[in-house]
Design a protein around this ligand. Structure first.
Ligand SMILES: C[S@@+](CC[C@H](N)C(=O)[O-])C[C@H]1O[C@@H](n2cnc3c(N)ncnc32)[C@H](O)[C@@H]1O
Length: 360
């Protein structure tokens, strides 16, 4: 579980820019064609989740590993966001940059999404955000359908003509599930990663995150975290230079994982509080992976507190999923000292309070 405290003013700000909190019915399979009304619900609800999630994970990485120094030594930071919507994950990343002294960097971000209404909201939010925060940031927002005729493998190639150069950070949040929901049964997570690695710098990170829902699928499993794990196992098998950084057990047991053939999955719960821990505002579940070249993973891994044998990877109605020496087991109860798969406990941790809060 992960607690994030936000300043209530951010909710006022989102509302003043047209956001409305309303969880959307599962009948909406994709936001690709959403009108302004549905985009305002998206903005008022899911945008903040992506922002908090990205902020929390990057704050953890920047506060515990030498990744902060890698970024500090760069003149500029290039970011790509695929299926960006209003870019919650990008703004959360900027919040973490601000917290860890990276605000003076030049930032270039390319965002890709099919929905112009999402782009319009992004422009509005960006204007407000940068008035307040003054990042040296330039963006390109590309409107592009990456699954036009239910062929993601073909349409993702459109990115080649839109963007040029390589990126330090590639984000894709809550995008791939929509391809499965509209009936594209290709290996969409794998296709995305195979394309992204062409655009990733040697010291770059890919942050792939998605919802933990079931989808109608011809695949054997229809639970998205299981589909993601299966496809990523294949990806890592075929792309030996790459490794997960998070979840930690997937990184530690990449070669010796004993659960590749069972339906292993990971899932993290987030709780957003308004102003203080007594005022719960929202909660959500996600499954995510941070992926990088093995050389970078080895460099960052030395900052992790010495590897444990057990990590808990998910809380489900059946209990706690624990990865024990590369093998997943389910326990009814969990011993207190089993660390989380998604959270780096660093030897040089500067964020010792474990407190996770941001103003906007
Ligand atoms: C659930 S939203 C996620 C937005 C943002 N990444 C976030 O987490 O807040 C999914 C986004 O994927 C976009 N999308 C869906 N299908 C797409 C496609 N075929 N090509 C490009 N974008 C697409 C939608 O327009 C929407 O903005």
């Amino acid at each position: 579980m992960n607690n994030i405290i936000i300043n209530g003013k951010i909710i006022d700000r989102i509302n003043s820019l047209g956001g409305v909190y309303r969880q959307m019915s599962k009948e909406i399979k994709t936001f690709k064609n959403s009108n302004l009304e549905n985009v305002s619900y998206y903005f008022g609800t899911y945008f903040l989740r992506s922002k908090c999630h990205s902020y929390s994970v990057f704050s953890n990485i920047l506060s515990t590993t030498s990744y902060l120094n890698i970024l500090k030594n760069k003149e500029s930071i290039r970011i790509l966001d695929i299926g960006s919507g209003i870019g919650g994950e990008f703004f959360g990343l900027l919040n973490s940059f601000e917290k860890y002294g990276l605000k003076s960097k030049k930032i270039y971000v390319d965002l890709i999404d099919a929905n112009e209404n999402m782009a319009k909201k992004f422009y509005e939010y960006f204007r407000y955000f940068n008035n307040e925060h003054n990042f040296k940031c330039q963006y390109n927002y590309f409107i592009c359908d990456l699954n036009e005729k239910n062929s993601f493998s073909k349409d993702i190639k459109k990115m080649e003509s839109l963007i040029n150069g390589k990126y330090d950070i590639i984000l894709s949040f809550n995008f791939i599930n929509e391809l499965y929901r509209v009936g594209n049964d290709e290996q969409n997570y794998k296709i995305l990663l195979e394309e992204c690695i062409n655009y990733l710098k040697d010291d770059g990170l890919i942050f792939l995150s998605d919802v933990c829902d079931k989808v109608v699928s011809r695949n054997e499993s229809n639970f998205l975290p299981i589909i993601m794990n299966r496809e990523l196992n294949e990806f890592f098998n075929e792309n030996k230079k790459f490794s997960p950084l998070l979840p930690i057990p997937c990184m530690l047991y990449l070669e010796s994982c004993k659960s590749k053939t069972v339906d292993c999955f990971s899932q993290e719960n987030y709780f957003i509080f308004k102003n203080c821990l007594e005022d719960l505002y929202d909660n959500f579940k996600v499954n995510f992976k941070i992926i990088a070249k093995k050389d970078l993973v080895s460099l960052l891994k030395v900052y992790f507190i010495s590897p444990m044998r057990e990590y808990y990877t998910a809380i489900t109605s059946r209990g706690y999923n624990v990865c024990y020496n590369g093998e997943v087991k389910t326990y009814k109860n969990l011993l207190n000292n089993i660390p989380k798969a998604f959270k780096i406990r660093g030897v040089n941790e500067s964020d010792k309070m474990g407190k996770n809060s941001f103003k906007d």
